[in-house]
Design a protein around this ligand. Structure first.
Ligand SMILES: *Cc1c(COP(=O)(O)O)cnc(C)c1O
Length: 382
């Protein structure tokens, strides 16, 4: 986590390389910001900026115009704060007992999701003799963090319940926004509308990336996109035609190109048998780099593919810790050579396509990408 600068001279030693297109990140933020206006567009940068490095993510997004960031952990907030001295940073996981002073020291605003957290924040405000800013999280149907609707109503009915707290945001989170037709979306939107009336004059926030695609009624005052900024598909129907620009490319070095006679198995477990006399390129990345083992291939179940010389090369056999075998038999163009690069994630195949082969989602793939890559950042100039 957090390997944000690699010695450029070390690229030649690297097995695999991540290229992070910061201009694409900025363009993705602007696309959503334009679409949701007049609502403000914030950014979720948890999970080390969805794997790209939180410092780079926050710096670039701030240059693009983003003023409000959401992290999961206080530690992420502290790292984000170093990159943006004046932005608003909300800590979605809220107030862990006893850490209020740490949040204040770094100007981090907790998202309070329980009566216990609210009581602790009020108590700290009382001790310090000044109001302390916070967001209030309402659970409108996800059953994860946040006050239940009835608790929120009770809270709003008690005149002093939020005394000492400067409530700057009322928020909720959608459970099924990636499926636009899911009935829970409308139920959560209606519940959030009711709750907001209980807290008049306070900004509201409901939409993640997918929520911003569900229409203006979901956008309220502030939206919190994450995955779409990093090029991932927000809606399930975007898996094929995603409007966002690809941000992360993963290339791995070809270590060998070898012959595998028909009928011989490739890799651990001899899980996939060469159906014909084959040419196989062995590339230097694997599950230790967060390329999911489940994306591998077997006789029973075909896996993901990479691109070699711009041509599709399916994985043959299991993904190892450090190595993947790509079937390059008969691909067009020049014969692949030791030292060439193969693309495993990028514009093609997309992070979502590879994730689907691994029976997971683009979010998990991005946030799994490990620390062994040579990381190369394509700059954004505002
Ligand atoms: C992660 C998260 C987001 C961003 O979600 P995406 O689906 O990545 O856009 C927004 N709000 C909350 C509360 C989150 O946990």
């Amino acid at each position: 986590m957090g390997v944000e600068t690699a010695d450029p001279g070390m690229e030649r030693l690297a097995g695999a390389r991540l290229t992070v297109d910061l201009a694409a990140l900025a363009a993705n933020w602007r696309l959503i910001a334009d679409r949701v206006a007049p609502a403000e567009c914030g950014a979720a940068v948890k999970g080390d900026g969805y794997g790209i490095g939180i410092g780079h993510a926050v710096t670039t997004l701030a240059q693009a115009g983003c003023r409000t960031f959401f992290v999961a952990l206080p530690e992420e907030g502290i790292r984000a704060r170093k990159a943006v001295p004046d932005a608003r940073i909300f800590v979605l996981n809220g107030l862990i007992p006893g850490i209020g002073g740490d949040l204040l020291a770094h100007g981090l605003v907790p998202v309070l999701g329980s009566r216990g957290e609210i009581a602790e924040w009020r108590e700290l405000a009382g001790r310090l003799g000044r109001p302390l800013p916070a967001a209030i999280h309402i659970d409108t149907g996800m059953n994860r963090l946040g006050l239940r609707e009835a608790e929120a109503e009770a809270l709003a009915g008690e005149p002093d319940a939020l005394a000492g707290i400067e409530t700057v945001l009322v928020m909720s989170h959608l459970a099924c926004a990636s499926e636009p037709d899911h009935p829970l979306n409308a139920r959560q939107a209606a519940a959030f509308g009711r709750i907001r009336e209980l807290f008049p004059g306070i900004a509201g926030s409901l939409a993640n990336s997918a929520g911003t695609f569900l229409g203006a009624a979901f956008c309220h005052d502030l939206v919190r996109p994450g995955i779409a900024l990093y090029g991932g598909a927000a809606l399930d129907e975007h898996l094929a035609a995603n409007p966002m620009r690809s941000v992360v490319r993963l290339d791995a070095r070809i270590l060998q190109v070898r012959d595998v006679p028909a009928g011989e198995g490739v890799g651990y477990g001899s899980a996939e048998t060469a159906a014909r006399d084959s040419r196989v390129a062995i590339v230097a990345t694997g599950y230790a780099d967060g390329y999911h083992r489940r994306a591998g291939s077997s006789d029973a179940r075909k896996g993901a593919y990479g691109l070699v010389g711009g041509r599709k090369a399916p994985i043959i056999g299991r993904v190892s810790m450090d190595l993947i075998a790509l079937d390059v038999t008969g691909i067009d163009g020049p014969e692949p050579r030791r030292g060439d690069w193969a693309t495993l994630v990028g514009e093609d195949p997309t992070v979502d396509a590879v994730a689907r082969c691994a029976e997971t989602i683009g979010y998990e793939l991005l946030t799994s990408l490990g620390t062994r890559y040579h990381r190369h950042y394509l700059p954004f100039s505002p």
